[in-house]
Design a protein around this ligand. Sequence first.
Ligand SMILES: [Zn+2]
Ligand SMILES: [Zn+2]
Length: 356
Amino acid sequence: MTASECRFPVVHGYAAKAKDQPLVAWEYTPRPLGPNDIEIKIDHCGICGSDLHTIDSGWGPTNYPVIVGHEIIGHVATTGSDVREFKVGDLVGVGAQAFACHQPDCPACSRGRDPQCPHSVSTYNSRYPDGQVSQGGYAEAVRVDHHYAFHLPTQMDPEVMAPLMCAGTTVFTPMMTHGVKKGDRFGVIGIGGLGHLAVQFARALSTEVTAFTTSENKRPDCEKLGAHKVVNIKNEAQVKAARNSLDFLLVSTNSPHTDWNQLTDFMDVQGTIILVAAPEADLVISPFKLLLKALSVSGSLIGGVNDVRHMLEFAAKHNIRPWIERLPMDKCNDGIDRMRSGKIRYRIVLSNPTQK
Ligand SMILES: [Zn+2]
Ligand SMILES: [Zn+2]
């Protein structure tokens, strides 16, 4: 496949060129389309918290210029010579991963844990084995290994599905890993892009759901999303009443000020705290908080190929719907500002003009 045979030999998008700078129009020449790759014309892309961390170099130095965005919905524009699973025009989604080795001797891929593959490539700000840099979804097109493009259920509006690709997978995968089941007492802290989906998934799994928030004004939303109980963390009486009440607590807040000792207080004996966010600060937990109740603390990063497929099927079956605000792609800086304000209910989805 030569560059001229691809629909987007040059990709136009919006890039961060340095820390603390707004995104600007930018173009790049994508890496050559490999036999297993597909090129996707992007229709929509959600704004994930990871995008902000990357724009800000919050997780370490970012390789600028970077086009962020990994909640991508689009249509297949070109397929590599070995790709049989997709044809031009197929509607697909792409999440936070663009490549893994998928070799039988890989300690991660062989166990279905391809996000932990040593050769994993993130959808943006990452490097392929050939040294080429990956660029994300605030753009007109993207190229990924075809394993990381997913056929989408037809019963949902494509734009609404964008946040499932990262946020949805991120919260659903650990629920499956930990065998969360009917009747479990499941808490979600941080009712935002991730948390509002976690509440819906946990409810659909027939758990008893408690939403923890610092915003009293989110209470009606939490209830509408399916929470049986809502705990305002700033309310001492509510916090006290919630002690020892959970089997699982999914932590989706990126706040560096989260009191982890307080979180352990919410857990019942042998409970599991699942971290899915990546705050820009270390976690501090007193050892006895874990020892006395035999608690586990676990982390989970996005989801593998099979996890994403399972999540999409489950979301369609149980009518899990991201709540979104819509913006045109060229207003991506407004979207980022709104994300920083913390006022989003609960995910922004950027859209390219429909006709090109
Ligand atoms: Zn994300
Ligand atoms: Zn691997």
